[in-house]
Design a protein around this ligand. Structure first.
Ligand code: GCU
Length: 357
């Protein structure tokens, strides 16, 4: 069974203070003690470097230790420490122990923690550029999305837009392709969505998407989702294969329907002042590890999807892989067109995606 997660606020306070206590106790150093303001964070950074101790950054993650993004970040932390001669280390906090993604974005912005992996929805709550990536069927496949974030000139504009809000996009974290999963009935075409209450991520775009598909959206953080399905508050949700299996949603929603409707990025984010407090040399190491992380996650992702889906007991889980995807595309087309027509920033990214196809 899925572990019950702490209440978010309590978990956050608990984990942040535990982290600070642990670090203080073992003679480490952390930005946990550094106040939120940039100047003070930088001053703390200089002091730590001068004393030769390791600066320990905390990175929040909302899923399990088995997740490819987590495994790649474990390796990242190790290499970052080695390549900066022990000046930096990243401590990972999985399973929403520092709070749900929305809260961890706020903590990164204010400097309470240094890093987090968040879904695109969250940068999208401050910068409209990101909302383009929330559009269903924007990319045809994950390789196209990876090529776009690595190579499109518009990505510099997109990524730098968050700095005014106190955080930087360190790198893209591939997060697969999202499909529907439901408790009682399979989804074979968009008509089967009618009347279903489906959990979505917390953004208007997803609410509109679900309405366009004929269902009704219930936005909530991921930590609440298992119980919401189990108790019948919602009829299902949508996510990628890895989250479906690793977080055991198949136990409560045994109908997996391969709708492939969204390829939404996750982003590794870092507090802006913390990023600029590094020396140029250390920043180059960090940036290099960030760019290598994209392919590393993707390689592990592909291997895990096949392995995890094959591990499901087909006497309990029904996989529908011949969904009428065109019916979903037709249902969402007017909503996508409206978004592009009404928002210049979304249009800029959308046009750049089309230009690269
Ligand atoms: C995916 C994604 C997460 C996100 C989650 C969700 O698993 O990788 O970043 O939090 O979906 O639906 O909330």
């Amino acid at each position: 069974m899925k572990k019950n997660l702490f209440s978010k606020a309590a978990a956050t306070l608990f984990a942040v203070s535990m982290a600070a206590a642990m670090l203080a106790g073992c003679g480490g150093s952390s930005n946990a003690e550094a106040p939120a303001s940039g100047a003070k964070t930088e001053a703390a950074g200089e002091q730590k470097a001068a004393s030769g101790s390791t600066k320990v950054w905390r990175m929040a993650f909302n899923q399990t230790e088995d997740h490819p993004q987590y495994r790649v970040m474990e390796e990242f932390s190790k290499e970052f420490k080695e390549k900066t001669d022990g000046r930096y280390e990243i401590q990972l906090f999985p399973n929403e122990t520092l709070g749900a993604q929305r809260e961890t974005l706020e903590q990164v912005q204010s400097g309470v923690i240094e890093m987090s992996i968040v879904n695109n929805t969250h940068p999208g709550s401050v910068s409209d550029y990101f909302k383009a990536f929330d559009m269903p069927f924007l990319f045809d496949n994950v390789d196209e999305a990876i090529k776009f974030v690595k190579e499109s000139p518009v990505m510099e504009t997109v990524k730098s837009d968050t700095e005014q809000y106190g955080f930087r996009i360190a790198t893209y974290m591939p997060a697969g392709t999202r499909s529907m999963f439901t408790a009682k009935t399979p989804i074979k075409s968009v008509d089967d969505m009618k009347g279903l209450k489906i959990r979505t991520m917390e953004s208007d775009i997803y609410v509109n998407m679900m309405n366009a598909f004929g269902g009704s959206a219930t936005p909530m953080a991921m930590g609440e989702m298992y119980t919401a399905i189990q108790s019948g508050v919602v009829d299902g949700a949508e996510n990628n294969e890895i989250t479906y299996v690793n977080s055991k949603y198949y136990e409560v929603a045994p109908f997996w329907s391969q709708t492939n409707h969204l390829i939404v990025p996750d982003w590794l984010i870092i507090n802006k002042d913390v990023y600029y407090s590094m020396s140029e040399e250390d920043r180059a190491v960090f940036d290099q590890l960030c760019s290598e992380a994209i392919d590393k996650v993707q390689v592990q992702w592909q291997a895990d999807v096949d392995k995890l889906m094959a591990s499901l007991d087909t006497s309990k889980v029904t996989i529908t892989d011949d969904v009428d995807i065109e019916s979903f595309k037709a249902a969402i087309a007017p909503t996508n067109e409206k978004l592009v027509a009404e928002n210049a920033k979304i249009k800029e990214v959308y046009d750049a995606v089309q230009a690269m196809k």
